[in-house]
Design a protein around this ligand. Structure first.
Ligand code: KG4
Ligand code: ZN
Length: 338
């Protein structure tokens, strides 16, 4: 059976065709980066309008690449939570229209669970049970994952997501959007010990929580003190590299440290990490090294499966097999709690 999966939770318009054997027949991701670049972050209204323009061409292109027609679809799946309300509604409406017109089942996907499921797609069923860490532009969340349909939240950020911090620090340093890849590149030439930035909540072993807003402020004050204005064009390449490297080191310490605290607390021996920030090479290296030391198996999908894509919506196959299909009055849920 072929399943069309749609992903429009934030600023990527994505579709994929996957089979019930988890083979990926086609995957298309239309990025909106150039539309949001001059704002230094995703503008929700612009994202929603761009999804409206792109969703049908993206579906057409995905089916063309898969070499199948609409009539050969056995189900349609859509990420309906969490995300930007206007963006979610575009994918949801397209999925409902297809389900109604083709008389096929509609499957709902949790975008964060799908990020972790990317590890199952890349590495097979042995990734479960695990601690799952999703590190994206909107979320930094830990889960106990008993299996593909068993996700229990363990904790998350109390303010900004790690990706959000990368994007805002990039803007402060005069680097382009999306900030993650730009900060990673700048950090390569920097000294990660140049600035002693805070590792908030890392030593609080009672809480599986993250906080990145204080780190953002610390970077701001390292550029120019409180009450002063600054112009990022006055920063030298060396200053930018040192600030980027020191900021990145602080984020990585918190992510790796808390993920291992979650592993210790749950007694699980496997860690799955996904989401856009998991595309960061330095973060991946540190995860591998620390998990090797702690004798924990770690799985991080290839970068194209870390950033937003519709292949991870193959989680729909698990839901279909369990009979978890939706009625056509399915809603979109922007927040974490349904
Ligand atoms: O998962 P994702 O594609 O979309 C959301 O669901 O949010 O994550 C996007 C986030 C952005 O904040 C972006 O700056 C960050 O992931 N990101 C990175 C890297 N590539 C993307 N952060 C650090 N290093 C990277 N190489
Ligand atoms: Zn995402």
């Amino acid at each position: 059976m072929n399943v069309l999966t749609l992903e429009t939770t934030c600023d990527e318009t994505a579709a994929a065709v996957v089979t019930d054997q988890l083979a990926v027949l086609a995957s298309v991701v239309a990025s909106q980066d150039e539309l949001h670049q001059r704002f230094g972050g995703v503008v929700p209204e612009i994202a929603a309008r761009a999804h409206v323009e792109r969703i049908l061409p993206v579906i057409d292109e995905t089916l063309r690449r898969a070499g199948i027609s609409l009539a050969e679809l056995g189900a349609v799946a859509v990420a309906n939570r969490p995300g930007l309300a206007g963006s979610l509604l575009v994918g949801l409406t397209a999925a409902k229209a297809l389900a109604l017109a083709l008389d096929i089942p509609l499957v709902a996907i949790d975008h964060l669970q799908a990020h972790i499921y990317a590890c199952r797609i890349a590495f097979g069923p042995d990734v479960f049970p695990c601690v799952g860490l999703v590190v994206s532009g909107g979320h930094t969340s830990l889960y106990r994952c008993g299996g593909p349909l068993d996700f229990v939240p363990l904790g998350g950020t109390i303010d900004d997501a790690a990706g959000e911090a990368f994007d805002k620090v990039a803007a402060m340093l005069g680097l382009p959007y999306p900030g993650g890849p730009a900060v990673e590149k700048a950090a390569r030439d920097g000294n990660p010990k140049a600035h002693d930035f805070p590792r908030s909540l890392l030593r609080d072993r009672d809480r599986l929580a993250f906080s990145f807003s204080g780190l953002k402020t610390a970077v701001r004050y390292a550029i120019a003190g409180p009450g002063t204005t600054f112009d990022s064009s006055t920063l030298t390449a060396k200053q930018i590299a040192d600030l980027a490297a020191s900021f990145q080191a602080a984020v990585i310490d918190c992510l790796v440290g808390k993920a291992l605290q979650a592993v210790e607390k749950t007694g699980l021996r496997t860690l799955c990490v996904a989401g856009g920030v998991a595309a960061n090479a330095r973060f991946r290296e540190r995860l591998e090294a620390e998990c090797r030391r702690a004798q924990v198996s770690v799985f991080v999908p290839p970068p194209r499966l870390c950033t937003d894509n519709a292949v991870m919506g193959a989680l729909a196959i698990e839901r279909l097999k369990a009979g978890l299909v939706e009625a056509l009055d399915l809603d979109a849920y922007p927040g974490l709690v349904r």
